[in-house]
Design a protein around this ligand. Structure first.
Ligand code: PEP
Ligand code: MG
Length: 315
């Protein structure tokens, strides 16, 4: 089965009833970029850029970052690159940006909150990305967005740099990984180009389960109906404004979850390189109409195990 999926990896991911899905790859470094085209993926659906900042003893400068991103764009041969801006802080502190000790780092100075404290970090990253892209398709999104003011601050920063360096089009979006952003998705949807749902953090924050705490992490199942309801709200709000929604958390690579995500109306998935072929093949074998019916039932389930049982019965 895996062999067949690999042989067919370059075929588009279209369900048997002609519903089309984009399947991208998650990357956390430059070294795997050369495998993106080979994997059959439709580009990069999540570039975690922490590696750019964590492997140095000081903030990487503009020239270093530009060269690095340029190499990535070259490797993608014209396929889109979706970059998530720096998402450190809390449990992943930057060595050269000490943050005061926090009792609850996952609720602390994380993601966009850290960048707002230190705008030049984000500005340099954006300048490097837009310069490296040089007319190639680039999408940029911001992590940990909770409040509309954070999005507007980040968008404005990008727009200023675009004007300054006369950069061409870039699609701008946000991660949906904080329940507040999902609940308020209708407000965000009017202004963003897209949403990408980070189911790892969305699950952590919805279920109040620390993803890094081994004592409780096993309780976190992203197929919990509470999480599914937030995903549905996000998709409905986006589609009402003609915007697309991706999922880039681990749930996107969960074959059991796939029919539910399709049925909820997710437009794009981003998974690890080695899962791309398999997920594309699974999309091709799916029936969108049946997925929609299944998703409607999953939303009514009482807990995550009930959702899983429902899905087991359906395959
Ligand atoms: C997520 O939260 O689901 C996500 C994709 O981001 P990360 O796992 O890097 O926090
Ligand atoms: Mg996250």
């Amino acid at each position: 089965d895996a062999e067949q999926a690999w042989a067919l990896r370059r075929l588009p991911a279209i369900t048997e009833d002609q519903h089309s899905i984009e399947v991208g790859a998650n990357l956390s470094g430059v070294n795997d970029a050369s495998r993106v085209v080979m994997s059959g993926s439709d580009g990069v659906g999540l570039l975690r850029t922490e590696f750019v900042f964590m492997s140095q003893h000081s903030a990487p400068n503009l020239a270093t970052q530009t060269a690095l991103y340029r190499r990535l764009f070259d490797d993608l041969e014209g396929r889109p690159l979706l970059v998530r801006t720096l998402d450190v802080g809390g449990d992943k502190p930057l060595p050269y940006w000490p943050v005061a000790k926090e009792d609850n780092p996952f609720l602390g100075v994380r993601g966009i909150r850290l960048c707002m404290q230190r705008p030049e970090l984000l500005a340099t990253q954006i300048r490097a990305l837009l310069t490296a892209a040089n007319d190639r398709p680039v999408r940029i999104m911001f992590p940990m967005i909770t409040d509309i003011s954070e999005w507007r601050w980040a968008k404005r920063l990008v727009n200023e740099i675009q004007d300054e360096i006369k950069a061409t089009q870039v699609e701008l979006g946000i991660m949906i990984e904080v329940p507040a952003a999902a609940l308020n998705a209708a407000v965000f949807a009017k202004e963003v180009d897209f949403f990408s749902i980070g189911t790892n953090d969305l699950t952590q924050y919805t279920l109040a389960i620390d993803r890094g705490n081994g004592e409780v992490a096993h309780l976190a199942d992203a197929l919990h109906p509470s999480v599914l309801q937030l995903i549905k709200m996000t998709v409905d709000a986006a589609h009402a404004q003609g915007k697309w929604v991706g999922v880039c958390g681990e749930l996107a690579a969960d074959t059991q979850a796939l029919p539910v995500l399709l049925g909820l109306g997710i437009d794009k998935l981003s998974v690890s390189l080695k899962r791309v072929a398999l997920i594309k093949e699974q999309v091709r074998r799916a029936n969108f109409g049946a997925c929609q019916q299944l998703a409607a039932r999953a939303l009514l389930a009482e807990d995550a195990p009930s959702v899983r049982r429902l899905l087991e019965k359906s395959v």
